[in-house]
Design a binder for this molecule. Structure first.
Ligand SMILES: NC(=O)c1ccc[n+]([C@@H]2O[C@H](COP(=O)([O-])OP(=O)(O)OC[C@H]3O[C@@H](n4cnc5c(N)ncnc54)[C@H](OP(=O)(O)O)[C@@H]3O)[C@@H](O)[C@H]2O)c1
Length: 254
């Protein structure tokens, strides 16, 4: 029987690449994002797979539960959950739109946590399942000028690594993908394309492939790219104040 992967943020960037990878391996798909036209377009690309498109704004309270309820109503069993949808914003905390920052917390943290919770219940019942949570190298240090975004990704990493321990001995795995800057729509949405950090952006297909392989092997955490790996390691050993200063520097213009 074919397995099913639920992918959030499936219409662009890393999510779109995940769709291609799962489709290539014959998975049925449940795709979530806001852009319904794009979702339908992707669905038409895979006539041989069962593709369920759910158009939903996951930054709205209650939306993640509605997605899960729709999956349940349709009798779909999720084998793999990819919590990928997310966005960032560049600017000083008190100067950025507050509601947008709250929406970011709802999407990057709450929706991810809710979908993990509901899917995990089912995965534990059958003692089988894989979860990929997309964090960022932002998870490893405070991020001045993207304070809320960095903090949301620190949550994703901490939450996911805790689950790994809770699930040890079971056949349910949780993998955290920590990409550094990657060429997707993220840069334009967050207004970070002109910053120093984005001068080394990686290709999205390469990043998604590394995340996909890590998920398949049940790896705990994957940081993509040698430069990003070195940065994440360095941040572990330096004072947090210094790591924050470096993050502030790379958030500056090229
Ligand atoms: N690109 C990078 O440099 C980078 C680095 C580290 C981590 N990441 C993380 O990678 C993940 C994927 O981002 P990306 O780089 O692929 O960016 P992207 O190209 O902007 O894709 C974001 C995806 O999330 C969906 N999305 C955004 N807001 C949504 C909402 N409110 N409700 C439902 N879906 C929503 C978008 O679709 P719709 O617009 O159709 O809703 C889109 O499919 C994010 O979690 C991001 O934080 C990215």
């Amino acid at each position: 029987m074919k397995k099913t992967a639920l992918i959030t943020g499936a219409t662009s960037g890393l999510g779109f690449e995940f769709v291609r990878l799962f489709a290539k391996d014959g998975y049925n798909l449940v795709l979530v994002a806001r852009n319904d036209k794009k979702l339908e377009e992707i669905k038409r690309t895979y006539p041989n797979l069962e593709v369920t498109a759910i158009s939903k704004d996951l930054s709205i309270h209650g939306a993640a539960k509605e997605v899960f309820d729709e999956i349940e109503t349709r009798g779909i069993d999720i084998d793999v959950l990819v919590n990928n949808a997310g966005f960032g914003l560049m600017g000083k905390f008190e100067e950025l739109n507050f509601q947008k920052q709250l929406n970011m917390i709802q999407l990057n943290i709450s929706a991810l946590t809710e979908l993990t919770y509901y899917c995990l219940q089912k995965m534990k019942q059958k003692n089988s399942g894989r979860i990929l949570n997309v964090a960022s190298t932002a998870a490893f240090q405070p991020g001045p000028k993207m304070a809320v975004y960095y903090a949301t990704k620190a949550y994703v990493l901490s939450f996911s690594e805790a689950l790994v321990e809770e699930l040890s001995g079971s056949n349910v795995t949780v993998t955290t993908l920590c990409p550094g800057p990657t060429k997707t729509n993220f840069g334009a949405v967050a207004s970070v394309e002109g910053t120093k950090m984005f001068s080394r952006a990686m290709a999205s297909d390469l990043v998604a492939k590394q995340g996909y392989e890590a998920l398949k092997s049940g790896k705990r955490v994957i940081v993509t790219g040698g430069f990003n790996k070195a940065g994440a390691l360095g941040a572990k050993f330096m004072p947090r104040s210094l790591a924050a200063k470096i993050a502030k520097y790379v958030a500056g213009e090229k």
